[in-house]
Write a protein that binds this ligand. Structure first.
Ligand code: 5GP
Length: 184
C-alpha cells in the first residue's frame, strides 16, 4: 500500500481554509482530517468537536510525551496536531498555521503545502469580525497575516487566492488529484 499523502492547508485567519477544506471533503473521498488540540477557548457557536479543547497543563503534558507531530503557540494559545492515525487508504490533511507547516515539512519533506490567501484585507477583516472575534484579536490576526503571506508564498507548493470558492476548490482538487496520480 502506498504511503499516505500529507496535505497541509495553511494560510492566515479569515482566508477561508475551513470552507475550502469542507468543499474538498464533500467532493473527494479517502481523506482523513487531523483534529487539532488547542488551549483557545471555544468560540460561541463553534462546534464542540472543532478542536480538542484542553488546558495548558494537558497540552504541555502531551508535548512532553512526544504526542504531537507539530505544535505552536499562536497569539497566546497552543495549537497542535496529534500524531496522525489515518484509516487505511486515506491521505492525511492538516489545517494548520505556517510555523506548524514548516515543522511538518522538516519531518516529512514530501508533505504538500497549500497556502490559501484571502482575496483582500477588507474581505479578510469582514470574515474575521463575522466570526465574533473581538476587534483587538482581529487586528492582531491581520498584522500577522502580512508576515504569513510573505513566507507562505515562498514555501508553498500551491498558492490559492480564495476569492471564488468554486474556482479555489477546483484548484485544490486538481492539485490533490495530480499528487495522487503521480504516486501510483
Ligand atoms: P483559530 O483560533 O482561528 O481556530 O486558529 C488559529 C490558527 O491556528 C489558524 O491559522 C489555524 O489554521 C491554526 N491551527 C489550527 N490547528 C492547528 C494545529 O494543530 N497546529 C498549528 N500549527 N496550527 C493550527
Amino acid at each position: 500500500m502506498p504511503e499516505p499523502l500529507i496535505i497541509i492547508v495553511s494560510g492566515p485567519g479569515g482566508a477561508g481554509k475551513g470552507t475550502l477544506v469542507d468543499e474538498l471533503l464533500r467532493l473527494e473521498s479517502g481523506i482523513w482530517v487531523s483534529r487539532s488540540w488547542t488551549t483557545r477557548a471555544r468560540r460561541e457557536g463553534e462546534a464542540e468537536d472543532a478542536y480538542v479543547f484542553v488546558d495548558r497543563e494537558s497540552f504541555e503534558a502531551k508535548i512532553a510525551s512526544g504526542g504531537f507531530l507539530e505544535w505552536t503557540e499562536f497569539l497566546g494559545n497552543y495549537y497542535g496536531s496529534p500524531m496522525p492515525s489515518p484509516d487505511d487508504n486515506h491521505d492525511v490533511l492538516l489545517e494548520i498555521e505556517l510555523h506548524g507547516a514548516q515543522q511538518v515539512k522538516q519531518r516529512h519533506p514530501e508533505a504538500l503545502l497549500v497556502f490559501v490567501m484571502p482575496p483582500s484585507r477588507e474581505e479578510q477583516q469582514r470574515r474575521l469580525l463575522g466570526r465574533g472575534d473581538p476587534q483587538h484579536h482581529v487586528e492582531k490576526r491581520l498584522r500577522k497575516a502580512e508576515d504569513e503571506e510573505k513566507l507562505g508564498g515562498e514555501l508553498a507548493d500551491l498558492v490559492i487566492v480564495n476569492d471564488d470558492l468554486a474556482r479555489a476548490t477546483r484548484e485544490l482538487r486538481d492539485f490533490v488529484g495530480a499528487a495522487r496520480a503521480s504516486r501510483r
